[in-house]
Design a protein around this ligand. Structure first.
Ligand code: SF4
Length: 226
């Protein structure tokens, strides 16, 4: 597998937010989102065997939460699926962060998919495969990263049209963060003001979760490996 980094930190997103988590960050992505904070994963990395990845995860934490992320992890589906199966067999709670542009059907059902559906101003609108909706279950989560009202209305309408709130464990609306953010650790770096987002969600009566990327409030927003 081509791996950018493996590290232990605090889970900054999803309904597992705040928990210690080992991150396996794989190299390579086929999308180019305008607000991407992981461009350093597009190239480079190092080759590791499944056994070595598993051993590094076990060294960092003998149990608990592991997230497979990237980049786009499912570009390495042939290795990622057995890796998830091995980690599940060891008793880990396994999260897979993906854009939903690759087929999700081979992801082990015990793993929790966190699917980042791209919105109109992401630069990668329309890349989510609608047939992946059939692969979602109440273990999974759907996330929308929002930069303005157009993105919000798309996410709201998509959530309602596909009845996501009853289909998955959590639907998350998250303000996009400036990719060049540095200095103060506060919401001024959000492209969409969280207060504005909260007011829209409440006005529309949505049964969704407002998500902030808390690792960007705990550490410097530009810090990698956290
Ligand atoms: S899918 Fe993720 S890693 Fe790829 S460009 Fe978009 S935000 Fe970056």
């Amino acid at each position: 597998m081509q791996v950018t980094e493996i590290y232990r930190s605090i889970q900054g997103e999803s309904s597992y937010v705040g928990l210690p988590c080992v991150f396996v960050r794989l190299t390579g992505c086929n999308l180019r989102c305008s607000w991407c904070d992981s461009e350093y994963t597009f190239t480079g990395g190092r080759k590791m065997s499944l056994e070595n990845v598993e051993a590094e995860v076990r060294r960092l934490a003998p149990s608990g939460l592991v997230e497979i992320t990237g980049g786009e992890p499912l570009l390495q589906e042939r290795e990622v699926v057995p890796l998830m199966e091995r980690l599940l067999a060891l008793g880990y709670t396994v999260l897979l962060e993906t854009s939903g542009e690759r087929p999700l059907g081979k992801v082990p059902p015990q793993a929790s998919k966190i699917v980042d559906v791209k919105c109109p101003h992401s630069g990668e609108f329309g890349t989510f495969r609608d047939d992946n909706l059939a692969a979602l279950s109440t273990r999974d989560e759907v996330k929308f990263v929002l930069s303005d009202r157009d993105d919000y209305e798309f996410a709201r309408d998509f959530t309602r049209r596909h009845e996501l709130s009853s289909r998955v464990r959590s639907v998350i609306f998250s303000p996009a963060f400036r990719k060049d953010a540095s200095g103060v650790r506060d919401a001024s770096h959000c492209l969409l003001d969280p207060q504005q987002l909260a007011e829209w969600m409440l006005a529309d009566g949505l049964d969704v979760r407002l998500g902030l990327q808390i690792h960007k409030f705990i550490w410097q927003p530009s810090m990698k490996g956290v």
